[in-house]
Design a protein around this ligand. Sequence first.
Ligand SMILES: NC(=O)N[C@@H](CC(=O)O)C(=O)O
Ligand SMILES: [Zn+2]
Ligand SMILES: [Zn+2]
Length: 430
Amino acid sequence: MKILLRGGRVIDPSQALDMVADVLVSGDRIAAIGQDLETDRETKVIDVGGCIVAPGFIDMHVHLREPGYEQKETIATGTRAAAAGGFTAVACMPNTQPVADSPAVIAYIREKARAIGVVHVYPIGALSKGSQGEELAEIRDLVEAGAVALSDDGNPVMNAEVMRRALEYTRLFNIPVISHCEDLNLAAGGVMHEGFISTILGLRGIPAAAEEVMVARDIILAELTGGKLHLAHLSSAGSLRILQEAKSRGIKVTAEVTPHHLCLTDEAVEGYDTNTKVNPPLRSEEDRQALEEALREGLVDALATDHAPHTEEDKDVEYDVAPFGISGLETAIPLVVTRLVETGRLSWERLIEAWSCQPASILNIPGGTLKEGGIADITVIAPDWEKEVDVNTFYSLGKNSPFQGLKLKGWPLVTIVAGRLVMEKGQVLL
Ligand SMILES: NC(=O)N[C@@H](CC(=O)O)C(=O)O
Ligand SMILES: [Zn+2]
Ligand SMILES: [Zn+2]
């Protein structure tokens, strides 16, 4: 099977490539990039004139919910949501039931993904047993089973000594520790950003400091141990100042931001829509602008959705008791394209670097490049394709999006995974 993507703007930051060209896929590999490539009768030709052709987007932070919470999402539905959203690979968080703290759960996820998934799935192992933050998980076993990183995401690691040992031990395997930075005592029962709006709405706030003190702590521990630290879903300007200082001193730390923290602020909570309830919370406009700038300049390395699907039942309750999370995979790319790329605040090159090259490099997984001979994971985006977000068309079981009804441009047009056409014009083909 061959596929020819004809006449797109091919942007591959890994090779400093930005030109109008054809891309030929043969089997599971990139066969050639060039002008007017020849085709034979077996080649499926897709006209991508006016579109962006990029190395496959990798979402390094998703919650697939399986095993245990299959009513929220499954590996089958979550990977289809990823393909529909323009992603060729996802890394999935271990806060399942049971928690992915054993080789058996990691193996289960990988096997299920191989059998019925439509994009690559890289499991992240739990850092501590049951993600309780007390006793380290069997890290060697998790890595041998295929975990690409360790995290207790969903929960912070409150015990600094446990975090220290995780950062120390993971050095042996050269994998990152992904930290959900939240001091639970400071966050204490909060449900949104602590500020003027939380006061007006009468909702309990989570101060930015709850994140920032943990960012500072984890960076200090990364320096102490030499371990690789990756900071998940950063939300505040203060976190970025600490990150800046750490990077300027050469500490091994990387960071990600989400589309929702780049596109919304705490003002979105004003209608008490529980789909705006997310952890960390949507923060102030000043924070949002700082995140945008940090992504643009490369202080923040990567974009990630933190796709956190929940059922309508889960979310159809009072703001105070609703679970945290946004179903993000199927709006992520058009949100960032519409708000940041089309407005000239983020280049295509930087977008692709942050959502393809960097995640591959941070997790040390295949992808992030269109090099000839490499695996054919490709994302095509149609910058001019405009349509409204409709959660009813999501492949994800999680319809919990605060972006319902929003008109966006720059939808993903084609997703190719290991040479297989898995999505065309928004329709998943497998
Ligand atoms: N981000 C969220 O609001 N929710 C995540 C947990 C997490 O990423 O911390 C979830 O698992 O639902
Ligand atoms: Zn988290
Ligand atoms: Zn998460």
